[in-house]
Write a protein that binds this ligand. Structure first.
Ligand SMILES: [Zn+2]
Length: 420
């Protein structure tokens, strides 16, 4: 090949094959929605990239990381070293490293399909992942990203699949971005269910759980069809759109965490708008379920619910609803990420005043006596914590909802005394 032809080949090949690029120099970028990484070192010769999560002033925990690598030679073994952010996120408080260090990171050659890396070596201060470059350009992240673009694609496909469903804009964020959702089922049905994810921006798994849930509800399963006839389901895949978009963690933001904003004067428009809709659903006792989707700590290996802190003091009929909902969940959520058969209680929230500002507590005060309000925490640090693993949790959670509301025919609400 002549030199001129060689040059043309290098110009044309990347256009024909986007994964083809002349290797080197290795470069890291985050200039896209959700991107987050502070580059600490790139060693071209050793094939080593060192990063920490980006720090965003007042935007909560710096634990999420997601970046693009350019200039790699496909098939080259690379070492990725991730350390904790060394900047305080609130006052003088720095985040414990473990929140930034999953046992397995995720890698993608197209920024669409993600696979777990091999388990990394995780220590108190950092994690080391050995990866193989799948292309000259590829992406690596803390977990499978779920961005406003994913939410848009999901809402569009669910709306197309479900005649009579209605997309809605819940609110515009403080920074002017839309917070979108969808209503499925029978308008003004006797039962209403509210599902929301991502009050905490870093918890991408919760949006994937929500995806699985809403896809099942919109689908052909006879129990899903029955559920849509007897109930209306409201779903918001991302609450904190602002922090998700900039790649921040969100939790414990200044001045407020989204899930501590549920009082009479919320600072986040999306929280205020959710409260208004929930008050409407509570009229006439229609609100049956309020489901807030989250991800827990690195050591939690199975999903669990946070139940009401006043569970022990609840009147018997209300406590019975919580018990029956948990039994329905245990029957339906069999795993591999199987639900913990006991409620946990967020006793780590220190003051009564703060406890009252948690979403579930607000709903229990305002949602009417028929409402069950729980928070689902889906484990993120397991081999099954993939987009598909999370969606499976969501499908099974939707089946629990159908059981609880009696949409499963003979398999309907489980009997009192079912073993769990
Ligand atoms: Zn959370």
């Amino acid at each position: 090949m002549t030199r001129a032809r060689l040059c043309v080949a290098f110009l044309v090949l990347p256009l024909l094959f986007p994964g083809f690029a002349r290797p080197g120099p290795l470069a890291v970028s985050t200039d896209f929605p959700g991107g987050s990484a502070e580059v600490r070192a790139i060693d071209e010769g050793e094939g080593r990239i060192e990063i920490a999560p980006s720090h965003h002033e007042n935007a909560g925990w710096p634990c999420w990381w997601y970046f693009r690598v350019d200039g790699a030679r496909p098939g080259r073994r690379l070492t990725l070293r991730v350390g904790a952010s060394d900047k305080p996120y609130r006052g003088d408080t720095k985040l414990a490293a473990g929140w930034s260090l999953p046992q397995r990171a995720v890698i993608s050659a197209d920024d669409v399909a993600w696979a777990h890396t091999a388990p990394g070596v995780v220590t108190n201060g950092g994690a080391t992942y050995e990866i193989t470059a799948p292309a000259g350009r590829f992406w690596v992240a803390w977990g499978p990203p779920f961005l406003p673009s994913h939410a848009e694609a999901l809402l569009r496909s669910v709306a197309e699949e479900s005649p009579g469903s209605e997309r809605f804009e819940l609110a515009k964020t403080r920074e002017g971005r839309p917070v979108n959702g969808i209503r499925i089922g029978t308008p003004n049905a006797p039962g209403a269910v509210w599902v929301q994810a991502r009050q905490h921006a870093w918890e991408t798994g919760s949006s994937w759980v929500g995806s699985g849930l809403v896809e099942w509800i919109a689908g052909d399963d006879p129990a899903a069809v029955a559920l849509r006839e007897m109930a209306e389901i409201w779903f918001v895949p991302i609450m904190d759109v602002d922090r998700v978009t900039i790649g921040a963690g969100g939790k414990e933001s200044v001045p407020r965490d989204h899930n501590r904003d549920w009082d009479e004067a919320p600072i986040y428009p999306e929280v205020a708008a959710a409260q208004r809709r929930l008050l409407g659903l509570a009229e006439g006792g229609r609100l049956r379920l309020f489901l807030d989707l989250h991800n827990p700590g690195p050591g939690d290996k199975r999903p669990y619910f946070y139940g009401p802190l006043d569970y022990e003091q609840m009147p018997a009929p209300q406590r019975g609803n919580y018990d029956r909902f948990l039994r329905c969940a245990v029957e339906a959520m069999r795993g591999p990420l199987a639900i913990d058969p006991k409620y946990r209680f967020a006793t780590y929230v220190k003051t009564d005043e703060e406890r009252r500002r948690v979403s579930g507590a607000w709903v229990r005060r305002h949602g009417g006596e028929n409402a069950v309000a729980v928070c689902l925490e889906t484990a993120w640090n397991t081999p099954d914590s993939t987009a598909e693993g999370y969606r499976r949790v969501g499908r099974e959670f939707a089946q629990a909802v159908a059981r609880y509301l009696g949409a499963c025919g003979s398999g309907g609400p489980v009997a009192e005394g079912t073993a769990f």
